[in-house]
Structures are given as C-alpha cells and as structure tokens.
Design a protein around this ligand. Structure first.
Ligand SMILES: O=C(O)CCC(=O)C(=O)O
Ligand SMILES: [Fe+2]
Length: 347
C-alpha cells in the first residue's frame, strides 16, 4: 500500500494560531482555576468528568480564554477553513508530566488536570463533548499512546502509518470535531499528523467519481478499538459525499471502508489519490493542539518508532458535536457518553 511521503505533506502555517507568551499565561490562569474545580484525584474514572454541571462551569470559564483563540475557535466552528483543520500552539499543559502510560491509559489523571481543563475549555467553543462507551471506556478525554504489541494496528495505539479516516465514520453520532492535544512528541519527531479536506480534493475528482461517491455504495467496518462489537460489524451503506456540491460533507476511511462494486472501488481509489496530493500536516509538539472538522476532512498519521521508555509520544483526544441532543436516544440523561451500539453484521 502507498505510504504518505512526508515531503509531500503541505505546511499548516495558514491554519495555525501561535499563542503569544502573554496569551498562554492568560490561558494557564483560566485553566488552573478550572483545574481546581475538577474532581481529583481519580480523573481516570470516566464517570467523574461526565458531569453536566462541571462541563457547564468549564464552558462559562472558557469565555475568558484569550480573545484571539476564542475568536479563531468560534470562526472555525461556524465556517471551517480551507483545510478543515486548525492548529493552536502553546496551549498550557501540566509542568510535571507522569511517564507516558505503557498500557494506553494513565491510571490517575490528577497530574494532568491543567491539560484536561485546557482541552475541555477549548472544546467548549466548538460544541459539546461526546464520548462512546465502546471506545476507551467512554472517557471524555482519552490517552493516545503507542502500545507494545499493537504496533501494526490501524488504531491510534499503533505506530505504523495510520490511514486517513473520518473519526468513527460508522457511528450515527460521530464527532463533528476531533481535538488532539500533544503532551509529548515522538522521540524522532517524525510522526506527522495529517489531514485532507474534501474542498481541496474536489477539483481533482472526475464528475463520474463525484457522482459515484454520492451514492450509498460504501460501508465502514467498525474500528477494532470499538470494544464490545465484533470485527464483522459494519455500518449501513453510506455515501462518501453528501450535502452542497461545492462544499460537501465527507465520510471516508481508506482502511476500513468497503466499496460495493468496481466503480465504487475505483471512485474510492481516486478520492484517496486526490487526498494524498492535498494533505497538510505537522509533527505535533508539546502544547500543540490540532482540531479537525470531521465532516470536512479526513485525518491520519505517518509512522514512528516507539521506545516504550516512559517518554513516548502522548496525545490526549477529546471530541465535540454541534448538537448533543441528536444522540439522546443512545445516552443516559445528563451523560455525554453514548452507550454501546447494537451489533450490526453484514446482511
Ligand atoms: O496519532 C495521531 O496523530 C492521530 C491519531 C488519530 O487519528 C486519533 O486518535 O483519532
Ligand atoms: Fe483518528
């Protein structure tokens, strides 16, 4: 399979907001106050953050984020941008980080309360937090780290190239925004987090390809990280593209998507080639936060080499949706965590 050439991945300057030292300090103060209100110790218990009063307090306090950041997030929420991606640099995180958790989950996040508050505050400008009981135990803020033995998996615990994908594209209430906050970069600084926007790829697609991508000829296998569901679970047949001609929405996964028939398979290949030539990306470093509009862009990551020495790459992930109420049938009252999807095997 084709791997993505780092040299061909575009820069992200035009979609990057670098906070000044003063802005970071203002953000740190606001986040530190919020952090005091977080239930520590024991943040590892997902139920503790899944508290609508706590999240409402964070939303209120987030009004005091540095105005340039708040404006950028608000604009991105309403209008997106050319790459469906926003990068914020110099987000405050905790000074004294614990080792990167070897098992994939930090047992007690009380030493990560600043990063947790900063990420939740950022997310509150994008929408409401959503999480899935099926994935990473329903944690609202999840650890993304390389796990020994999982190197070759097409999951964020792997370290081979992670194919471009829509996050949880098979889920009826998939995230509208994916945020990833970097606590530690990979040792060699070669893990490019990359994204490709459909509006950039569109001019490269033939009319025939676009028309096939608009038909419900595609299914996505449920991600193997979605626990509790069998590997045979698949989505209902979906179109890859929907919505307005010039600015469609996109659901794609170049690892887990199956095309029904030859012309659908050809259209998916054509889309992947087009995406490959419009990718933008960056090697995430400490305090970098990337926001991907999950309706406008697919994302992935180039490969890297973990050492399992406690200093490996460590991201934290948090999702947002624009309308939390749409998923009310799948959530307990007041909870932001969707209950497991019923198994749905191919017909
Ligand atoms: O590791 C990365 O940079 C991206 C991981 C990813 O796609 C995810 O956690 O959803
Ligand atoms: Fe992802």
């Amino acid at each position: 399979m084709l791997t993505y050439q780092e040299s061909a991945i575009g820069g992200v300057e035009e979609v990057t907001l670098e906070l000044t030292a003063q802005e970071t300090e203002q953000f740190r103060k606001v986040a530190a106050e919020m952090a005091d209100g977080l239930p520590h110790p024991g943040l590892a218990n997902p139920a503790l953050l899944d508290d609508s009063d706590l999240l409402a307090d964070i939303e209120l306090a987030a009004r005091w984020l540095p105005p340039r950041l708040a404006r950028a997030l608000s604009r991105f929420r309403k209008a997106g941008n050319a790459h469906g991606t926003l990068i914020v640099r110099n987000v405050p995180i905790d000074d004294d980080l614990p080792p990167t958790p070897a098992e994939g989950v930090v047992p007690d996040w009380s030493r990560l309360s600043l990063a947790t508050a900063a990420q939740l505050a950022t997310v509150s400008w994008l929408g409401d937090v959503i999480a899935y009981a099926d994935e990473k135990s329903g944690r609202l803020v999840q650890d993304i780290v390389p796990v020994k033995g999982a190197e070759r998996r097409q999951e964020n615990s792997g370290s081979v190239m992670l194919e471009l994908h829509t996050e949880d594209g098979f889920h009826p209430f998939k995230p509208d925004f994916v945020t990833l906050l970097c606590l530690r970069a990979d040792h060699e600084r070669r893990a490019f987090t990359m994204s490709g926007a459909i509006t950039q790829a569109l001019p490269r697609l033939s009319a025939e390809c676009v028309s096939v991508l608009r038909r419900p000829l595609f299914r996505i296998r449920h991600s193997s990280s979605f626990g509790g569901t069998g590997t045979d679970d698949v989505s209902t047949p979906l179109p890859v593209l929907s919505g307005p001609d010039a600015e469609p929405e996109l659901i794609a996964d170049f690892h887990a998507m199956e095309a029904d028939g030859e012309s659908a398979a050809r259209a998916l290949d054509e889309l992947r080639d087009a995406m490959t030539s419009v990718l933008v990306g960056t090697v995430l470093d400490v305090g970098d936060l990337i926001v991907v509009d999950n309706r406008a862009a697919v994302h992935g990551r180039t490969d890297f080499q973990p050492r399992y020495d406690g200093q490996d790459r460590w991201l934290r992930r948090c999702f947002a949706v624009c309308d939390l109420r749409l998923s009310r049938g799948l959530r307990a009252a007041g909870s932001h965590v969707c209950e497991p999807l019923p198994p749905r095997s191919r017909p």
